[in-house]
Design a protein around this ligand. Structure first.
Ligand SMILES: [Zn+2]
Ligand SMILES: [Zn+2]
Length: 269
């Protein structure tokens, strides 16, 4: 949208905000500054709805209200800070929540997923009255424009479906990372994935990429189990009908799976 008349360096846009714990998410006008050093201003094309946004709304992540929701997005760069050289207006990007520093102990040993010093925008976006917003996962992209660290923009090809590729920014990365980085799935191993939503299906894909040979999809919903079998699972268990522990033992020679990934996040699991 257009710049605020009185401050040409600030953009007035519509965004989804939650003002206090448990309050409804509301569409508000927010103010987004032009990018300073190390920052990029982007026009958001798509934004996925992720469970993490619900956790922000319910108070499960912090108390830094008001939160600007949304973090799983494809966008087009509209402006960059004066020192940003590897990104330019018009670039199509995915927004990522970990712009790694490249210099800390974790980065130095080739494990940037554990970076201690990830970057976000340093300037604050605000409500119309100047109240600073906390952007979800340092992104805040349920908005027409958002301000991020330039390193949070990962360039993508122009011709890919923005709604599909945006999922790489959270759910797919979380699931594939759980299998490959956290679970360290190796060739020939058996893997059970409990919960076959977006993250679970991505964990199944990650297990497949890592070379697991027995990949067991577990879900209460038979339709999700069928979908998982089409995306890399070698076996499916509908846990509404079958005891998953016994069924996983049966499929793994009585030993149980080498790696089990919980993509549900409930204590019962
Ligand atoms: Zn997410
Ligand atoms: Zn680092």
């Amino acid at each position: 949208m257009t710049s605020a008349a009185h401050r040409p360096d600030v953009h007035e846009v519509k965004a989804v905000v939650v003002r206090s714990k448990g309050a409804p998410a509301t569409v508000e006008t927010i103010l987004v500054p032009d990018p300073g050093p190390g920052e990029a201003l982007v026009d958001v094309l798509t934004c996925g709805v992720c469970h993490t946004d619900l956790h922000y709304k319910q108070g499960g992540i912090g108390e830094d209200y008001p939160y600007l929701l949304g973090h799983e997005s494809t966008a087009v760069v509209s402006a960059v800070g004066p020192d940003v050289t590897d990104l330019k207006p018009g670039d199509r990007v995915i927004l990522n929540w970990r712009a790694v520093c490249g210099q800390c102990r974790a980065c130095a040993k080739g494990q940037p997923q554990y970076c201690f010093a990830t970057h976000n925008a340093t300037q604050k976006m605000t409500l119309a009255d100047g109240t600073p917003l906390s952007p979800a996962l340092g992104i805040g992209s349920f908005a027409e424009k958002t301000l991020v660290a330039a390193g949070q923009c990962t360039r993508i090809d122009e011709d890919v479906d923005p709604a599909a590729v945006g999922l790489l920014g959270c759910g797919i990365m979380a699931g594939i990372g759980a299998a490959i980085n956290t679970g360290e799935v190796k060739r020939g191993e058996s893997v059970a994935v409990i919960g076959c939503g977006g993250v679970g299906i991505a964990a199944i894909a990650g297990a497949r990429l890592a070379g697991a040979t027995t990949i067991i999809a577990v879900d209460l919903d038979p339709a999700k189990v069928e979908l998982a079998k089409g995306l890399g699972a070698t076996h499916g268990i509908v846990s509404r009908d079958t005891d998953p522990v016994e069924a996983i033992r049966d499929l793994t020679g009585g030993h149980g799976a080498d790696v089990v990934i919980d993509a549900v996040g409930r204590p019962e699991t």
